[in-house]
Design a binder for this molecule. Sequence first.
Ligand code: KG4
Ligand code: ZN
Length: 326
Amino acid sequence: MILSIESSCDDSSIAITEINTAKLLFHKKISQESEHSKYGGVVPELAARLHAEALPAILEQTKPYFSDIKAIAVTNEPGLGVTLLEGIIMAKALSVSLDVPLIAVNHLIGHIYSLFIETQQADFPLTVLLVSGGHTQIMEVHAIDRIEVVAKTLDDSFGESFDKCAKMLNLGYPGGPEVEKLAYSGDGTHYPFTVPLSQSPKIAFSFSGLKNAVRLATLEAKKEDYPHIAASFQKTAIAHIVQKLKKYFKTNPPRKLAIVGGASANIKLREAVESLIAPYNAPLLLAPLAYCSDNAAMIGRAAVELYNAKCFSSIETLQMSPKSHL
Ligand code: KG4
Ligand code: ZN
């Protein structure tokens, strides 16, 4: 079995995954969202302190598995430096005390493997749209060690733009589900926000201009207009993703497409991408809702592949990095 730890942002999570079957035997996650909500975003120092409380409490519940643990997996990049370190310290201590190797897992690769939790065979090649709080990118995934990033955001991420929009509309954190909920009672055509980079041939994303347009609209708006702002913002942000995917597919038609990351929970995004790929006859893969946001089960699932490929680290070689190598 592999014990995996995730602490890259504001979710403390530990999982136990069976190596031979990739079966998830234990999974627990303690979300800090309510603690950060009053600040309108994640406070790194507070997040680190909360991980230091939550991770040992979850770890205690995994004691019955200790004698079967063959490796400790941990998210080592990307994320908040101080929170990544909480998981890494625990992983290194466990590696020493149980005398098993470490497996370093990139968080974005973890999100890709959220598609294959409880599935023995990871299904590649796959085109992946990753939409999270920190990243928005299109990737061509051939294997765990052959991932090509074909488009990135130039500034904010898709999820982050929802968080910022939510803050401007006095909604809670995380903003994605809140904005999505409010948007249902609004008219998405009420504010004609410009779709970012629509005139640019570049296949890249940008959300900072849209964020500013939302800010300006909010300054003039009455409270009863807020649902219209949420709906118009969401419609425009999704139109941007769809436009760029469409452009990319012109030269690289998808055979199989997946949407992963916390914001892949957005129903309107899922529907828009589903209709976009309908003519291609390409299946759309989505992780179960419970595994869209950050969790240690996806880290454990990716770690099974790395274990089989003998990609181990030691307490000396495992390094933390706030930035992703992908
Ligand atoms: O993957 P994730 O849990 O954490 C990171 O790796 O960043 O993604 C969290 C992000 C947040 O920005 C959150 O607002 C966004 O995903 N999100 C959503 C929705 N649910 C979560 N964005 C849009 N619509 C949603 N329903
Ligand atoms: Zn994530």
